[in-house]
Design a protein around this ligand. Structure first.
Ligand code: ADP
Ligand code: MG
Length: 246
């Protein structure tokens, strides 16, 4: 359920531009790390590389006893990594033609190979946990933004992954739905999963994270406990960013 994560020397280029320029990050089992930084800095690319939604060019990714040479990883290794990683997307990324319940079941039946009945029972339990016990048969278009993102989180929860990745989970939401989604993430964070959360909600990062990482220009500029980063950042780039968003 929870294991150590190591990211070593991760590099990602798009065409001629280097978007991740040697990222080293180690997470202790159960640690919650928030990533903050200006837009265009490579935060989403970092999360996508960790799940091989974008293929890294260099580096190594290690989850417990599974260790991938990013540039050379084979399909089987990538699938094994994905089985152990839950991803919550900025724009929910639900299947529009599947119900909330089917969206939650999807990863269990395809990635995990569970039979329908077992996946359905798990989906029903998750729907209750995310407060949508009576909306399992609704399609995404019939749900509010907040409910859709709760399904997105439920889908990731269903996999009981070692590592949960959140990419700005509230930034696409109307303000009225932000609170319920942050509340759900807070509840999950009470568990033992290791979490990497990209967020533009500074107050939330401060409250939920064991450690805050500030990224700029494809590099980690500075990291530390929330109180130090938000209260006494050492790097001028971190302070300038926090002045802009605060
Ligand atoms: P952030 O999430 O910090 O806002 P991103 O990781 O989305 O930043 O993007 C970092 C940089 O990589 C940006 O300049 C973006 O335009 C570029 N980029 C991201 N994805 C692609 C892609 N698929 N093809 C080309 N460039 C990309
Ligand atoms: Mg992003």
């Amino acid at each position: 359920m929870s294991c150590e994560i190591r990211i070593d020397g991760l590099v990602k280029r798009f065409g001629g531009s280097t978007v991740l320029n040697g990222i080293d990050l180690h997470l202790k089992p159960g640690e919650r790390v928030a990533i903050i930084g200006p837009s265009g800095t490579g935060k989403s690319t970092l999360l996508r590389c960790l799940n091989f939604l974008d293929r890294p060019d260099e580096g190594r990714i290690t989850l417990g006893d599974l260790s991938l040479d990013a540039a050379r990883a084979h399909r089987d290794e990538i699938l094994a990594l994905r089985r152990r990683t839950g991803f919550v997307f900025q724009n929910y990324a639900l299947f529009a033609n599947k119900t909330a319940r089917q969206n939650i079941m999807e990863g269990l039946t395809t990635v995990r190979g569970w039979p329908e009945a077992k996946a359905g029972a798990r989906a029903d339990a998750i729907l209750r946990q995310i407060g949508l016990g009576d909306r399992g048969d609704s399609y995404p278009a019939g749900l509010s933004g907040g409910q859709q993102q709760r399904v997105g989180i439920g889908r990731a929860m269903a996999l009981e992954a070692d590592l949960m990745l959140f990419d700005e989970p509230t930034s696409a939401l109307d303000p009225e739905w932000v609170g319920e989604v942050l509340d759900l993430i807070r509840r999950i964070a009470g568990g033992r999963q290791t979490m990497l959360i990209v967020t533009h909600e500074m107050q939330f990062a401060r409250e939920i994270a064991d450690r805050v990482v500030f990224m700029e220009g494809g590099r980690i500029v500075e990291q530390g406990p929330p109180d130090r980063i938000f209260g006494a950042a050492e790097d001028e780039r971190t302070r300038a960013f926090l002045r802009r968003v605060g």
